[in-house]
Ligand binder design. Structure first.
Ligand code: ATP
Length: 430
């Protein structure tokens, strides 16, 4: 017969404002090709007749402002939707661009040099990360270079799970791989819920916001381009407080609330009047993710940190480190109940206290952050980390542990910070 292998070819004709949504549902990759017209994926231009290869599990929307003919090869669940919120998203971009122009205009006294700072909030699975990507892409396509901040410790798109961080965006996201992650500023929080240690989370918010402000002052273009902040989907109780804290510390002037009207109403009551709050619908294409899918996507994020992507592969190393050449510490300890303290003594702040963490088999599979310090100092808790390793084995008899590391040796000093994040590595590193 003439049929080649089992791969399936599907062709779609998109009208103006349509989007093709697909999920790579099998174990094989799926190839996307724009045959005719024009299209974009989350704000990145899709080139005509170029083959874009998506890995299993990827969820993608190919949107067109005009018309497009698109082809998919491989096993994909796909449909065309005529309803998208893209018009509203581009209007938001236009409003941001207007503020950038004002910031760039020396006759306007109030905002000179500092462009918009927008924060995206909403429950989980409403497309906050996707909208941040779209806004960053539209900005950079207009020659802006904003800072993207990701405060989502559960599903961070800049570095490993359990971190918050920022990157400077100066080119559009790769259609498949997203933004380049060169020179990110990354703070290790070490767990997946901001509520686990809210005081530490807030300390890191403050430190990161200062680092970001320094960047917007340092570089005129960056200052004018502004800051785009993604947050986590935890919005009840402490989550709400964390959103308000983030808005304050980052001095945001626009908050875009996705989907949830109640949150929009609440924020209008809580945030100061000069903060503009907008309400936007979520896209029907955003996946509602189960906890297994979330776990899987966290694993993918760690895997990507060590192994890169199909387009840009990394080759990590695996080696043994004697116990006596490393120190493991943990940030935050249980506080001593006040009644246990001597009379007159104030309870100490335990949230960011750096304490030694004993090396034991409990560390197996854990991601550890590499601190730039050479001695046990409190500053470890609020200083950006160098990077990460994964503990693959702990040998209590030989007193050594095996680590997976991006490089072939560990930089000195060797202070590791414990995280609750685990990664099951199914690669065999030579
Ligand atoms: P969380 O706060 O839980 O991390 P989120 O609100 O940031 O979630 P996203 O990460 O933006 O949500 O989106 C969830 C998933 O849905 C992603 O895999 C994304 O690629 C996919 N997605 C987003 N928009 C669309 C769309 N229009 N069509 C198809 N898939 C989409």
């Amino acid at each position: 017969t003439t049929s080649v292998s089992s791969s399936r070819i599907q062709k779609f004709e998109l009208e103006e404002d349509n989007e093709l949504r697909f999920v790579v549902s099998g174990r094989e990759e799926v190839t996307l090709e724009l045959i005719n017209g024009s299209a974009e994926v989350f704000g990145s231009v899709v080139e005509k007749n170029k083959k874009y290869i998506f890995p299993p599990g990827a969820r993608v929307a190919v949107f067109t402002w005009k018309k497009a003919t698109v082809e998919l090869i491989g096993t994909a669940n796909a449909y065309v939707s005529p309803e998208t919120p893209m018009i509203m998203y581009i209007n938001l971009h236009a409003a941001l661009e207007q503020l950038r122009r004002i910031a760039d205009n020396p006759t306007e006294k109030d905002r000179v040099g500092q462009g918009p700072r927008i924060m995206l909030v909403g429950p989980t699975d409403v497309g906050k990360s996707t909208l941040s990507r779209i806004l960053c892409n539209y900005a950079v396509r207009q020659n802006r270079s904003p800072i993207f901040v990701d405060l989502d410790v559960g599903q961070n798109s800049i570095s490993a799970p359990g971190t918050i961080g920022a990157i400077h965006i100066n080119r559009p996201a790769d259609v498949v791989d997203g933004f380049e992650r060169t020179k990110p500023i990354v703070y290790n929080y070490g767990s997946l819920q901001p509520g686990d240690n809210n005081a530490l989370y807030e300390k890191l918010l403050i430190t990161l916001s200062q680092a970001v402000s320094a960047k917007t002052v340092e570089n005129v273009e960056t200052g004018i381009s502004g800051v785009i902040i993604n947050t986590c989907g935890w919005i009840a109780d402490g989550g709400y407080a964390a959103i308000v804290q983030a808005a304050q510390h980052f001095e945001v002037d626009i908050v875009a609330v996705l989907d949830q009207e109640r949150l929009y109403n609440e924020l209008q009551k809580t945030l100061p009047k000069f903060v503009k709050i907008v309400h936007l619908p979520k896209s029907g294409g955003v996946e509602v993710r189960s906890s297994e899918v979330r776990l899987k996507s966290r694993n993918m994020a760690v895997q990507r940190y060590f192994y890169g992507t199909r387009g840009e592969q990394y080759f990590p190393h695996q080696f043994d480190v004697p116990f006596d050449e490393v120190t493991v510490v943990k940030v935050g300890t249980e506080s001593v109940p006040e009644e246990c303290l001597p009379v007159g003594m104030k309870p100490e702040d335990y949230s960011a206290k750096v304490v030694p963490f004993p090396i034991s088999p409990e560390l197996r599979h854990h991601v550890l952050a590499l601190s730039p310090f050479d001695s046990l100092t409190q500053e470890i808790s609020t200083t950006p980390v160098f990077g990460f390793v994964v503990v693959k084995e702990v040998d209590m008899i030989e007193k050594k542990m095996t680590v997976l590391c991006p490089r072939n040796e560990l930089p000195y000093p060797r202070i590791f910070v414990y995280t609750k994040i685990e990664f099951l590595d199914d690669h065999n590193v030579p």
